[in-house]
Design a protein around this ligand. Structure first.
Ligand code: SF4
Length: 299
């Protein structure tokens, strides 16, 4: 199998008088952890005694959240936890949470269904271990992202959260560096470099998830080949936004849509191009990708 066919899934379709090429990134859509969380929620949250909730949107995709609601799984925010009763069930999403949140939910009595991605749970264990050994924890990521907030909880919320290391000062002698699973490799490398320059004794764990890298690499390859690029993902999905920024830097004609309905506004632009690339963030289900492809094939 050629390298090209490993990377690309190419569909050639008739587009009016011209032939258009549609290239779908090989790695696009639901990752293992998100699919697992949705499967766990749908399987284990049936609740005849009380209500079922997810702590925050189970995934960053409005269409999937609406589907989960149709199945009786409602979103509840952390500020609303006091509404829970012993009869309820609550799903912890793939982003995970800190130990204080788990303790608080336990004190309220509902059944906890833990759908934390195993890769994120492994970061929690590392951070807890090295924090207890006196290491200063550095998280490479977005400080307001729920995954980062959850990781920070495992070191008493004392981590230094940085995007590029430029803000690092007066580090402890020993530091432990981890990354948000959706972070870019360059950011992680930059932070390790900066911490090294500051003379710290470093224990660095590259915790960037391969699902993220695979999606970013295949988006990079596809967006270099096409006239027009479509990134499908939730507007609040950080991994989808990162795919958008990668694609946009290679292909100025890149759009970011949540679903097929949003694509319809771009139909005229699509008819002007010969090749179209498609990728999707880790929280985009296959049925939304297929819907977009059907619209493209009908162009
Ligand atoms: S991106 Fe990776 S770490 Fe994050 S949920 Fe998906 S599989 Fe888990």
């Amino acid at each position: 199998m050629s390298k090209l066919s490993l990377y690309y899934n190419i569909r050639a379709v008739k587009g009016g008088a011209s032939i258009k090429k549609i290239i779908v990134a090989e790695y696009a859509g639901f990752c293992f952890g998100v699919k697992r969380a949705v499967d766990i929620a749908l399987k284990d949250s049936k609740n005849k005694k009380g209500s079922s909730y997810s702590l925050g949107p189970l995934i960053h995709n409005a269409d999937v959240v609406a589907y989960l609601e149709s199945q009786g799984i409602y979103q509840i925010d952390i500020e609303e936890l006091d509404k829970l009763s012993e009869k309820d069930k609550i799903v912890i999403r793939s982003h995970g949470v800190g130990p204080d949140t788990i303790k608080r939910i336990k004190s309220l009595g509902p059944e906890i269904i833990d759908a934390t991605c195993p890769y994120v749970a492994s970061i929690h264990r590392k951070v807890e271990k090295y924090h207890s050994k006196g290491y200063q924890i550095i998280i490479v990521g977005d400080k307001d992202h729920p995954e980062v907030e959850g990781i920070n909880g495992w070191c008493d919320n004392k981590a230094w959260v940085t995007k590029d290391g430029e803000d690092l000062r007066n580090l402890s002698e020993k530091v432990c560096i981890v990354a948000q699973t959706t972070e870019r490799q360059e950011s992680f490398d930059q932070v390790v470099k900066r911490a090294t320059e500051l003379g710290a004794d470093i224990m660095a764990f590259n915790t960037i998830c391969s699902a993220t890298k695979e999606r970013q690499d295949s988006a990079e390859h596809v967006s270099k080949q096409v006239d027009f690029m479509i990134v499908i993902g939730g507007k609040n999905s950080s991994n989808s936004r990162k795919l958008y920024s990668i694609c946009k830097s290679n292909c100025p004609n890149t759009i970011f849509i949540e679903n097929g309905k949003e694509l319809k506004k771009h139909i005229l632009e699509l008819q002007e191009v010969d090749s179209i690339g498609v990728t999707a963030g880790a929280s985009t289900p296959n049925w939304i990708i297929e819907d977009v492809l059907k619209i493209l094939e009908a162009c």
